[in-house]
Design a protein around this ligand. Structure first.
Ligand SMILES: [Zn+2]
Length: 128
């Protein structure tokens, strides 16, 4: 199960990128907010190690308390960079895969059309 906290108000939510039900904060409006939201979720760690996630969950609850009392979060700049790179990779890979699949899907049709066009031209020449 997911566990994340709102970047803005510190309230608990299930997924890093979902809109906060309490303050309405929506991380998907900015890349920066998205990265910070992933930072403040157990999804920050790619591994499914329950112990690591449990430990970070407790840390997140402390951070949530800080946000709720109006203090700012000390984001680790290197960790934010790492998450940003990870996010860019995740976003670029499916796009490439989709275009590859589209290309493979339409390639036979393109070859077929090319042959039709060629036959058409040859027929015109032959019938002259
Ligand atoms: Zn919120």
């Amino acid at each position: 199960m997911g566990f994340a906290i709102c970047v803005q108000c510190g309230s608990q939510k299930e997924a890093a990128l979902e809109q906060c039900r309490l303050c309405g904060f929506d991380p998907s409006n900015s890349d920066d907010d998205e990265v910070k939201s992933v930072y403040l979720s157990v999804g920050r760690f790619a591994c499914d190690d329950a112990e690591v996630q449990q430990a970070y969950r407790e840390e997140l609850q402390v951070i949530a308390g800080r946000i709720q009392s109006g203090k700012s979060v000390d984001y680790d700049a290197q960790e934010l960079d790492r998450l940003r790179v990870q996010k860019e990779m995740v976003e670029s890979v499916p796009a490439m895969a989709v275009w590859g699949a589209v290309f493979r899907l339409f390639l036979p049709a393109l070859i077929f059309l090319a042959i039709l066009g060629l036959v058409n031209v040859l027929l015109k020449i032959a019938l002259r």
